[in-house]
Design a protein around this ligand. Structure first.
Ligand code: THU
Length: 148
């Protein structure tokens, strides 16, 4: 897998899950986590084959921090990617994405294949985003209900 720092790289046709998992684990090494000491890495695959990675970046003002999944997503959107197929999330215990990350990813990819791995690369959980966020809120939710 070819990876670049500022923009997504082009993945090979049969980009294998193992390389994606390794990318998520590798980027977790860059996590800025002086408060939680809980590194998270994410590797998000766009439909055009590019892979965007992200880590969690914490802040002394705790709510100002950002999760790994949203770091990867904002990088991707900033580089023009809008559609996604998979995300690998790497944590020490195979933890699942938080609610805010689920919601933000749902905007772009409700059927995203979410693969949660531990730092040994073992898949602990694998689910569709829509199953992780039942009755997810999206733009259709903003439409006015039909008149009675
Ligand atoms: N974290 C993520 O990066 N992704 C998640 O989906 C769950 C939580 C981060 C946020 C914070 O830096 C640390 O993990 C502990 O909550």
């Amino acid at each position: 897998m070819k990876m670049s720092k500022s923009s997504g790289s082009t993945a090979g046709f049969d980009e294998d899950l193992g390389a994606l998992i390794q990318a998520a684990i590798a980027v977790a090494q860059h996590a800025y986590i002086p408060y939680s000491h809980y590194p998270v890495g994410a590797a998000l695959v766009a439909t055009d084959g590019r892979v965007f990675t992200g880590c969690n970046v914490e802040n002394a003002s705790y709510p100002a921090g950002i999760c790994a999944e949203r770091s990867a997503l904002v990088k991707a959107i900033s580089e023009g990617a809008r559609e996604f197929t998979q995300i690998v999330v790497a944590t020490s215990n195979g933890g699942s994405p938080c609610g805010v990350c689920r919601q933000m990813m749902y905007e772009f990819a409700p059927h995203l294949d979410v693969i949660m791995v531990d730092m040994q690369g073992t898949v602990q959980h694998r689910m569709r985003l829509a199953d992780l966020l039942p009755l997810g809120f999206n733009r259709d939710s903003l439409e006015a209900p039909p008149p009675a």
